[in-house]
Write a protein that binds this ligand. Structure first.
Ligand code: HEC
Ligand code: HEC
Ligand code: HEC
Ligand code: HEC
Ligand code: HEC
Length: 242
């Protein structure tokens, strides 16, 4: 006598099993991706390049014309915030150069020689690089430690429109905070985005040393010379979250 099962699933229920198997595979993968993106929303911002009110080109001004970053971002080595230049800085040249250009309309509006209703208002530049408010960042500390704009902003001197070059997430910051030595260079070269340090005579000169005095390990030497804090301190949560 053959035993009859208590209940037999009908044939059509087979697809249910398939759906179940497929979802147990896919849902966790989906969740992992969702969480990874959610926790590092910033990573999505790499290459973010908003259209600005004036088509200002760094490739022209900082690259071809060779204007130093600090001519416009005056506070970068003195304050937490790098600051954008006031309209007056543009007028230092553009009261004479290309003074009638259509591309400079927003500059003239701000300066008071364009639309009267906008006179005296700053040019509404759109922020490109933006950390969440719960993260503390400080330009001065990094510039004085000999870290170039290049490391964090890429080749700005070749950008016709600025874009966010790096992900600015926690892992990216920590990657350097765990071992900053390889990223350091002479302080007076941080705004020189074409610096290589290969020319020994120039390197010695930048450091105020003779070629004979040059250290074998520049990174290690600069860690001491610029009094870089310990890795323990640099990776402490309180350094960036206060
Ligand atoms: C002639 C003035 C001028 C010079 C020189 C200049 N900048 Fe700028 N910079 C600006 C202006 C204006 C903006 C805002 C408009 C824009 O984003 O293009 C800006 C924006 C930026 C931003 C994006 C800021 C944000 O919103 O996150 C970075 C990064 C930057 N500059 C880096 C540099 C670096 C590095 C150099 C030197 C290689 C440099 N700049 C030289 C005027 C200048
Ligand atoms: C040190 C001088 C200098 C400063 C400061 C300067 N520029 Fe210029 N800018 C120039 C020169 C030179 C040109 C090239 C003009 C040309 O090609 O006829 C130029 C070109 C431009 C152009 C293109 C104009 C066109 O019609 O082709 C724009 C837009 C511009 N600058 C915006 C700005 C803004 C905005 C600022 C301030 C943040 C600024 N510039 C500061 C020298 C300067
Ligand atoms: C260690 C990385 C790092 C270095 C080095 C660095 N920056 Fe920044 N920069 C940032 C970050 C991160 C932000 C966004 C800050 C925020 O949103 O609070 C930023 C923002 C800016 C801004 C927008 C205004 C502001 O302060 O938020 C400008 C302009 C700027 N940087 C210019 C420069 C220039 C010029 C240099 C070199 C002299 C430089 N930066 C070096 C990481 C760096
Ligand atoms: C390329 C290396 C490098 C990168 C990238 C970098 N840092 Fe730093 N950071 C340093 C060094 C070196 C110091 C130590 C500076 C000093 O105090 O001499 C430092 C110091 C700091 C400090 C302490 C400043 C103070 O006032 O004492 C903060 C906050 C900080 N970094 C935040 C950040 C954040 C947030 C990021 C990512 C957006 C970041 N850093 C990316 C190298 C780096
Ligand atoms: C060098 C600077 C730095 C240090 C040190 C640091 N963080 Fe962060 N942290 C960041 C930045 C930058 C973000 C923003 C990430 C983003 O926007 O994707 C962040 C984001 C976070 C977040 C939000 C969730 C996330 O992953 O985006 C938490 C939670 C956090 N940090 C906890 C910590 C803890 C705990 C420590 C100490 C073990 C620490 N952080 C040390 C820079 C730092």
């Amino acid at each position: 006598m053959s035993e009859r099962p208590f209940f037999v699933f009908p044939k059509w229920s087979d697809w249910l099993t398939k759906v179940f198997v497929v979802s147990t595979l896919i849902i966790p993968i989906y969740l992992v991706i969702l969480i990874a993106y959610g926790c590092s929303a910033r990573t999505l911002n790499v290459n973010y390049a908003p259209r600005q009110p004036v088509p200002f080109s760094h490739a022209l001004h900082a690259g071809k014309l060779g204007i130093n970053c600090e001519y416009c971002h005056t506070d970068v080595a003195r304050a937490a915030y790098a600051a954008l230049p006031p309209t007056q800085t543009c007028l230092n040249c553009h009261s004479l150069i290309a003074s009638k250009s259509r591309e400079l309309q927003a500059v003239r509006n701000s300066y008071g020689t364009g639309k009267k209703s906008l006179a005296g208002m700053s040019i509404p530049w759109i922020k490109v690089d933006d950390l969440p408010d719960y993260v503390y960042f400080n330009h001065e500390a990094h510039i004085n430690a000999g870290i170039s704009c290049l490391v964090c902003h890429g080749k700005v001197n070749e950008m016709t429109r600025v874009y966010q070059a790096k992900p600015f997430n926690m892992a990216w910051c920590l990657n350097c905070h765990r071992n900053p030595a390889p990223f350091l260079r002479p302080r007076n070269q941080v705004t020189n985005l074409n610096w290589t340090g290969k020319n020994k005579v120039k390197l010695a000169n930048d450091l105020g040393l003779t070629v004979q005095m040059l250290p074998h390990n520049l990174g290690k030497y600069l860690m001491k010379r610029y009094h870089i804090p310990s890795v323990k301190q640099l990776t402490d949560c309180e350094t960036c979250h206060r």
